[in-house]
Design a protein around this ligand. Structure first.
Ligand code: IMP
Length: 426
């Protein structure tokens, strides 16, 4: 029995999709455990780019059962479109199983997400406006509508009628918007989406439990990342779910002792989309170069990502929060042209040094990075497939990061292709 969690260690977009795709070769099941179509996993297969939003990366393999767990929020329209696009590209999606316990993203979630952001003005969170936060808020408030409700039209309509009354009041009285029609929504969800999704809805807790009991290898694929975690991220500039490894147990419905390893994924530098503190952020041409070389634009929203030097304080915290067994460092090739590189080893704020992530966010907002400078390698690493292909300075950089966070780095990404990885034994 083996359950491996893949978790992002920064603010998302670390290349989890690519790593999951690589690991999925050895797995029988890949499970998404939180988030929704705010995620954007890019996988390049045979030169073709697939941008997955909701489907687990394992869907691209015939031998893998892809599962959308109970912790995910599902926009059925997006899921069906994604399945149709992949099917048209020759990918078989028929093995997909969607948890009946997953919550549905409804049209009012998306509308309220955008309206709340506008209402917050300069304090906005910079959400993806996909309705993620409002859908999880309804789940917590116990007025959410679940995937299984699609199979019971009477219950679906009853729940929708109750919740829409309140949503329409908010839309009309707070935001001066037109009310939404319950029957229009119900017709679309029940007549259009439900028949198409019904064959895929199932008991994923039972399915995953059986797979583990049968000794199968299960991969739990996190979306977003540790510092976007609702509890452990840079609140309120976070997503509304728990990407940390502990969230995998809740969002897939397995016990913690079932998890056998946790693989963290971090970029060789840092990026962030949306608002919130970012201690090593670069506002100069070095930052622009990282954007340009790393093609740092959102997979999903096209937004330019903020960029900065690697932050070891974050990685230490990620190691602690996720019980990382190992780390994969991605996009090392983006650093190929730099003469020198910086790694943040501690923060400083008001004369005090912080080796550990300060618990108080005000400190984080004021913190400045304490850097160690390392020599660059100024050589193309993108064709490296073996450790000895990498320049000594590149290996030193990887070892330094590993030492700083106390976690072995076993894989290093050197390009977007499925096989552009170097195996390391640090
Ligand atoms: P939400 O998840 O759409 O509510 O957005 C909340 C925050 O998480 C915003 O700063 C988003 O930019 C960020 N976010 C959500 N999903 C991703 C992702 O997949 N990669 C990077 N950032 C994300």
């Amino acid at each position: 029995m083996s359950a491996t969690v893949v978790v992002g260690c920064q603010w998302g977009d670390e290349g989890k999709g690519k790593l999951t795709d690589l690991l999925a070769r050895e797995m029988q099941m890949v499970v998404r455990y939180q988030g929704g179509h705010n995620a954007g996993h890019t996988v390049v297969v045979n030169g073709r780019t697939f941008a997955l939003q909701l489907l687990p990366s394992g869907v691209l393999y015939h031998h893998v059962t892809p599962v959308i767990g109970n912790g995910v929020v599902v926009d059925p329209k997006v899921l069906l479109e994604e399945m149709a696009a992949l099917t048209a590209a020759g990918v078989d999606c028929s093995r997909l199983v969607v948890s009946g316990g997953a919550h549905l993203i409804m049209p009012y979630h998306q509308e309220l997400d955008a309206l709340t952001e506008r209402y917050l003005g300069r304090n906005k969170l910079g959400t993806t406006k996909r309705g993620i936060g409002p859908a999880y808020a309804d789940k917590s408030a116990r007025v959410g509508i679940r995937v299984q409700d699609l199979l019971d039209p009477k219950i679906f309509r009853e729940k929708l009628d109750v919740v829409l009354k309140e949503k329409n009041l908010i839309l009309a009285k707070v935001y001066n918007r037109l009310p939404l029609s319950a029957s229009d929504i119900a017709d679309r969800y029940l007549d259009e989406y439900a028949p198409k999704l019904a064959p895929f809805i199932g008991d994923t807790v039972g399915l995953i439990g059986d797979a583990l009991a049968a000794g199968h290898d299960v991969l739990l694929e996190g979306a977003q990342a540790t510092f976007l975690d609702l509890d452990h991220g840079t609140y309120p500039f976070v997503t509304s779910s728990n990407p940390v490894a502990g969230g995998a147990c809740v969002g897939a419905g397995i016990g913690p002792l079932s998890v056998t390893s946790v693989i963290g994924v971090a970029k060789a530098y840092v990026t962030r989309v949306g608002s919130g503190p970012f201690v090593t952020e670069l506002h100069d041409e070095t930052g622009d170069l990282l954007v340009e070389r790393g093609r740092e634009y959102g997979t999903n929203t096209g937004r330019r990502r903020r960029t900065g030097w690697l932050d070891a304080v974050m990685l230490r915290q990620a190691a602690r929060l996720n019980s990382l067994s190992e780390l994969a460092l991605t996009k090392l090739d983006v650093l190929d042209t730099f003469e020198t590189l910086k790694v943040c080893v501690a923060y400083e704020s008001e004369g005090r040094r912080y080796d550990r992530m300060p618990y108080h966010q005000t400190v984080l907002h004021k913190a400045t990075p304490v850097y160690e400078e390392l020599p660059g390698w100024q050589a193309d690493t993108s064709a490296a497939t073996e450790l000895h292909h990498l320049p000594a300075a590149a290996k030193d950089y990887v070892h330094f990061v590993s030492e700083q966070c106390g976690v072995p780095i076993k894989l290093v990404g050197v390009g977007p292709g499925r096989d552009q990885f170097v195996r390391f034994a640090s």
